[in-house]
Write a protein that binds this ligand. Structure first.
Ligand code: ZN
Length: 253
């Protein structure tokens, strides 16, 4: 195993641990993947009889698969690609700029798909990144079954288009980004957006911020420079990711 593959596998496992510990998915369900740069291969969290759960994922539980979802190197014996590997392979096929795909089952976001309610831009400076997700609109995939075939994966990828996230009716969420850390932050931001929408609608009277403020927030998005190569984010996003890694770190002893 090359040091590049080891390092990407550890980042994939780290993202699993962070999102699992934040309760953004149920038990063992959910997976994070990353492209191996310059190849037609990806690294993905595997499933198997010995797994414990997303929040306990180690780099040894990350396997290499090809673009047809076949395991190339299973590493630890007994591990297999997730049934829904086609969510990942079909998004990578469709979007060359994407270096990481994450699929989880966050309950609060899923409630909005069940009730067919959109996530509204209810706040601004509280968290502009997730507010922009609501302003841009988040596509919803209308099927509720496992995405266990290339054709279902392709339908999901088409529904998602160029979005950072896609909500899946009665199922969960898929995010896609230029790096593992960024795709994980999209999952966290979408969950925050859904949590605030949920509580605000319970209180009653929730209404979107003004169109003027929506436009200002929409136009103030950080500039994207250079071509994504899957490397970890820099600046504010790096700091934010470090925070989530620390806050989800298990207590010593
Ligand atoms: Zn799923």
């Amino acid at each position: 195993m090359t040091s590049e593959i080891e390092s990407i596998s550890e980042r994939v496992a780290q993202a699993c641990r962070v999102l699992g510990t934040l309760d953004l998915t149920r038990a063992a369900t959910g997976h994070v993947s990353a492209r191996i740069p310059g190849t037609e291969r990806i690294l993905i969290r595997a499933r198997g009889p010995e797994e414990i759960g997303v929040r306990y994922t180690s780099a040894e539980e990350v396997v290499e698969v090809d673009m047809d979802g076949r395991v190339i190197d299973a590493g630890k014996s007994g591990l297999a690609a997730p049934q829904e590997v086609f969510i990942h392979t079909e998004i990578y096929r469709e979007r060359p700029e994407v270096h990481s795909v994450i699929h989880m089952h966050p309950p609060t976001v899923m409630l909005f798909t069940i009730c067919c309610k959109p996530l509204l831009p209810l706040y601004g400076a509280y968290d502009p990144s997730s507010a922009r997700m609501a302003i841009d609109g988040i596509p919803v995939f209308d099927r509720s079954v496992l995405i266990n075939s290339p054709s279902l994966g392709m339908r999901l990828a088409k529904t998602m288009g160029k979005s950072k996230a896609c909500m899946m009716h009665g199922h969960g969420v898929t995010t896609a980004g230029p790096s593992v850390e960024q795709a994980a932050l999209y999952m966290i931001q979408l969950n925050d957006l859904a949590t605030i929408n949920y509580h605000a609608q319970l209180l009653g009277g929730a209404k979107p911020i003004s169109k003027e403020d929506q436009d200002i927030i929409s136009n103030s998005r950080p500039k994207v420079t250079g071509v994504a190569d899957g490397s970890p984010p820099k600046g504010a996003e790096a700091a934010l990711w470090k925070y989530y890694c620390r806050v989800t770190q298990p207590a010593e002893g």
